[in-house]
Design a protein. Structure first.
Length: 292
């Protein structure tokens, strides 16, 4: 084994890292993974859904990590993934933001005027709705952006196009007919880099943490949490609630906290434990730049 150093974090890894991605090769998860890890020879392991991604990580805790989308600037938070993190007790060791650029691609040698149908994930189609309506193109939903590109490449069907990443076009030998067709150019997805708690981890420098907690139901209970965070001069950059399964009006709260040094964060957590029913630190890591 060797020590891999990336984004200011130290963790043990095998000589050839395996990174689980949600989607086919060429998906935006893979683009984000390359942005975070660099072109270091990682082996990307596709998972067709987030629950499958979690299962693959549970089954291979020592030789695999995963990258998981957690929120998008247009679509909002992915609530099921907050639940997956807590229920599987995954550790968050990093984050990365990816500017989502949607591209229209098809088999080489075709004109845009020859395209009749566009296949992609429903969210990608929605984010390109103005362009597709303007061109009068029929939209066909599929499970994944990159999978749409892969199917066109395999079936050699002309008159069809996919919306996917530039990386997908390169992998599957498609030609980009138009790029940057998304309606909003302020389209960023935030991804967590996660690993099993069983995998060895050596903490490097950090200035951000993800935690989840529960408070006793009652007036002013959550306010005490917020006041404690403020007293320690920590920035609360994310507060997300999601229901406790099987319990009405009971919620978990996911918080992302930004701090100056670890002692400051640890003092804050100590106080938070006095005003919460339960609290778990999912991980500490370096804050990612959004517009890099």
């Amino acid at each position: 084994m060797r020590v891999l150093i990336t984004s200011g974090l130290f963790f043990y890894a095998l000589l050839r890292d395996r990174v689980i991605i949600q989607g086919e090769l060429g998906c935006y998860h893979e683009e984000a993974a390359v942005k975070y890890f660099g072109e270091n020879g990682q082996e990307f392991v596709p998972a067709h859904s987030f629950p499958v991604l979690a299962t693959l990580l549970d089954e291979n805790p020592f030789d695999r990590m995963a990258i998981m989308a957690i929120e998008n600037s247009i679509a909002g938070s992915l609530l099921q993934n907050y639940r997956i993190l807590r229920e599987h007790e995954f550790r968050v060791v990093g984050e990365v933001y990816l500017r989502i650029k949607h591209n229209l691609m098809a088999l080489p040698g075709q004109l845009l005027s020859e395209i009749k149908e566009v296949h992609s994930h429903p969210m990608a189609l929605y984010q390109c709705l103005s362009y597709l309506d303007d061109k009068g193109l029929k939209m066909v939903e599929s499970e994944d952006t990159a999978l749409s590109a892969k199917r066109i490449s395999e079936t050699k069907q002309r008159g069809l196009a996919a919306i996917a990443s530039r990386r997908a076009a390169l992998i599957y030998g498609l030609e980009i007919l138009d790029e940057g067709i998304e309606t909003s150019k302020v389209n960023y997805t935030r991804f967590f880099i996660i690993q099993s708690k069983e995998r060895p981890f050596i903490q490097g420098s950090s200035n951000k943490a993800s935690i989840y907690l529960r408070v006793v139901d009652g007036r002013g209970k959550l306010l005490k949490v917020l006041e404690a965070i403020d007293r320690h001069h920590i920035n609360l950059s994310k507060l997300q609630s999601y229901p406790v399964l099987g319990e009405l009006s009971r919620y978990y709260f996911h918080l992302d906290l930004e701090y100056d040094d670890m002692a400051q964060f640890e003092d804050c957590v100590s106080e938070l434990r006095t005003c919460t029913e339960s609290l778990e630190v999912l991980g500490t890591y370096l804050k990612a730049s959004i517009h890099d």
